[in-house]
Ligand binder design. Structure first.
Ligand code: ZN
Length: 477
């Protein structure tokens, strides 16, 4: 069994084989930090998070680079998103960038998204971008007009291969205003002249200006991952023009393939239309986190495939929450029953059930990161676990630790959907056990006032106690 991924470039499932054995260089287009991130961003970065987690689980050493766009990403009006945001909030552009970059990482941390190894910022890599533009001019793929530099797409024969678009289709049309500086309407800016009053600008061989949006990703990806990346990820809406342009300029500059596997994730829909900042139909991650558990948001996203559209609705998230309860319920039950488990071996049938679940889970993940099927396996497993625990007085200690390990590996390490709030961590359980034991001792010594205080204080911390003839059970909120 081996990992197969869907490569946008070849439009087929391919066996995954990195350039260097055992190592993966992966680049994903990061956010433009001019506002809080929304659920559309959550889908994108949770999907790639699971991809990175799975590659690491398979034993690859992954260097994961995800940029922060803080200059050059223009709106359709031609205005820089960062400058528009800075004007809106009456702050320095870099103040705005700092604020929303922190907000983005805060959201990603809350969603249990593992941070990239490198988060390079476009504004911090201007020399590398200028260098790339110089190289393209030297190799005859670009031309300069009035302080702006354009990439000449007709010089690069593979242009359009990634998106399936042909240059001939892009004749001047009614929709696109023709820029008289361009030799062909499909040519794109590598470097732009800064008009008077443009705040974010740098000195270049062509005068004051700033980089075009595509330039940053090529320059930073190749700086940190070399001239050929194993994986380049991003949203489908970025296939054209962003990734087509990245590919063209990188390959024109180096003469080598830029990316081995192009992975693209689909968008989040609200009532049939794309959730986006510009349409205003978005729910921010912070708003969602006020209403839903972070594991629930993750599960909701992973219950559809990364290449499928995801309909955002209250019912769907609530349904994901119910699924999560079943899964967490089985996991918690295992934790609780582990305290009264018997020193006996686990049965062969139980082990076979577990191994089969793991095999099906990994098979789903190997098939282009099939998280919906993988999640279904975990639901089946949880049903089996409930029925096993309900059917025995004292479960086998070996079985419990085997099953806990299975959850931690598949649901925890790979999908990141086990309870990850601090209060629910498995490490806390022995300490709560100890407090509960001390309280029982106090009750035996008729020190009820102190025992009640412990119960009250634990309750405030989200741990509720239930005294039964067999002893005290506890549960976390
Ligand atoms: Zn990019």
């Amino acid at each position: 069994m081996s990992l197969r991924v869907y490569n946008t470039l070849t439009r087929s499932l391919e066996e995954f084989r990195p350039l260097t054995e055992g190592r993966v260089g992966m680049y994903v287009c990061g956010p433009t930090v001019y506002d809080h991130a929304h659920i559309g961003h959550a889908k994108s970065y949770i999907s790639f998070d699971v991809i990175v987690r799975y590659l690491r689980y398979l034993g690859y050493r992954v260097r994961y680079v995800q940029n922060i766009t803080d200059v050059g990403h223009l709106l359709e009006t031609g205005e820089d998103r960062i400058l528009v945001g800075a004007a809106r909030e009456r702050v320095e552009p870099m103040e705005l960038v700092e604020k929303y970059m922190r907000s983005y990482f805060e959201d990603m941390d809350a969603l249990n998204v593992v941070r990239p190894n490198i988060s390079p910022r476009a504004s911090g890599h201007i020399p590398e971008q200028i260098e790339l533009v110089i190289r393209l001019l030297e190799r005859g793929y670009a031309y300069e007009v009035n302080g702006s530099v354009y990439f000449e797409v007709s010089k690069f024969k593979d242009y359009g291969k990634l998106s399936g678009r042909r240059v001939e289709d892009q004749e001047p049309g009614a929709r696109v205003e023709v820029n008289p500086e361009k030799r062909h309407p499909a040519d794109f800016a590598l470097w732009k002249r800064a008009e008077p009053g443009h705040i974010m600008r740098w000195r270049s061989p062509w005068g004051w200006g700033y980089p075009g949006w595509h330039t940053e990703c090529s320059a930073m990806a190749m700086k940190y991952l070399g001239e050929t990346l194993d994986i380049h990820g991003g949203g489908m809406e970025n296939i054209f023009p962003h990734h087509e342009c990245e590919k063209a300029q990188s390959e024109a500059a180096t003469g080598k393939p830029f990316v081995r596997y192009w992975l693209h994730n689909n968008m989040v829909l609200v009532n049939g239309t794309k959730m986006s900042k510009s349409l205003g139909n978005y729910t921010t991650i912070k708003q969602a986190l006020e209403r839903y558990r972070p594991e629930q948001i993750r599960l909701f996203i992973l219950m559809s495939h990364y290449r499928s559209e995801l309909d955002f609705s209250e019912e769907a998230i609530v349904a994901a929450g119910q699924g999560l309860n079943r899964l967490h319920g089985a996991y918690r039950k295992l934790l609780q029953r582990s305290r009264h488990a018997a020193e006996k071996p686990m049965s062969d049938s139980l082990r076979a059930m577990g191994e089969e679940a793991k095999r099906r889970f990994l098979q789903a993940m190997d098939d282009d990161f099939g998280t919906p099927q993988a999640v279904a396996v975990l639901f089946d497993l949880s049903r089996e676990v409930h029925s096993y625990l309900d059917g025995v007085d004292a479960p086998s200690m070996e079985a419990i630790s085997y099953l806990l390990g299975l959850y931690e590996e598949l649901a925890g390490q790979i999908l990141g959907i086990l309870p990850f709030s601090r209060s629910e961590s498995r490490e806390l359980a022995p300490f709560i056990d100890l407090i509960v034991e001390v309280r029982a001792e106090l009750r035996r010594n008729r020190q009820f006032e102190l025992a009640d205080r412990i119960r009250r204080r634990l309750g405030e911390l989200g741990v509720s106690l239930r005294d039964t003839p067999e002893g005290t059970e506890w549960e976390m909120a």
